[in-house]
Design a protein around this ligand. Structure first.
Ligand code: ZN
Ligand code: ZN
Length: 184
């Protein structure tokens, strides 16, 4: 399916009223935007690209997820989550660059909201942050230390004095022994 076909389908399915900007009251709005109540998307530039498709989906996301209680950061977040869900449905893989762009925007709006005294914001993360569980083993640490040991022994960096080189080498040998023994 071409992007333009997906776009046409979305426009039809969600009954989107496209507007070139001439019907906008604030005619000076230069960017693509949505009027949720009128189900209208203005100034969207159609192109057979993921970028153009995602812009449309994001705006339709505003129409579909609009709630009066939502603050700016929240409405941007929910519109983007909605767009990502539709992409999943269509099997469109959204480039990380686009996700980052929208995440930065949401983060900026949230920061602004907080500066103005807004409270109780959720995380609003498009991609849940993975808890980084360390998979480093003792063997990994030893391997790294061995590498540094070799580096120190073989380096021709002339700012390294013989004394420092020897001392560091011995200390590294000690460190490796310690980790190997792994005493309490
Ligand atoms: Zn408008
Ligand atoms: Zn938006």
């Amino acid at each position: 399916m071409k992007y333009t076909e997906i776009q046409a389908e979305i426009i039809k399915k969600y009954r989107v009223d496209l507007c070139d900007g001439t019907r906008c009251k604030d005619g000076d709005w230069s960017r693509t935007h949505a009027h949720p109540k009128q189900r209208r998307v203005c100034k969207w530039k159609q192109a057979n690209s993921i970028q153009s498709t995602f812009t449309l989906l994001h705006e339709v996301g505003h129409i579909e997820t609009h709630q009066s209680w939502m603050r700016r950061a929240e409405s941007e977040y929910h519109a983007t989550v909605w767009a990502l869900e539709r992409c999943k449905e269509y099997g469109i893989e959204v480039p990380a660059k686009i996700i980052k762009e929208y995440q930065d925007y949401i983060d900026d709006e949230k920061a602004r909201g907080l500066r103005r005294g807004g409270k109780g914001y959720a995380e609003l993360k498009l991609v849940p942050e993975k808890k980084k569980k360390s998979t480093t083993t003792r063997a990994d640490i030893i391997r790294k230390l061995e590498e540094i040991k070799e580096l120190i022994a073989c380096t021709d960096a002339d700012e390294l004095t013989d004394y420092a080189r020897e001392k560091a080498y011995i200390d590294l040998c000690d460190a490796i022994d310690q980790i190997n023994e792994n005493d309490e």
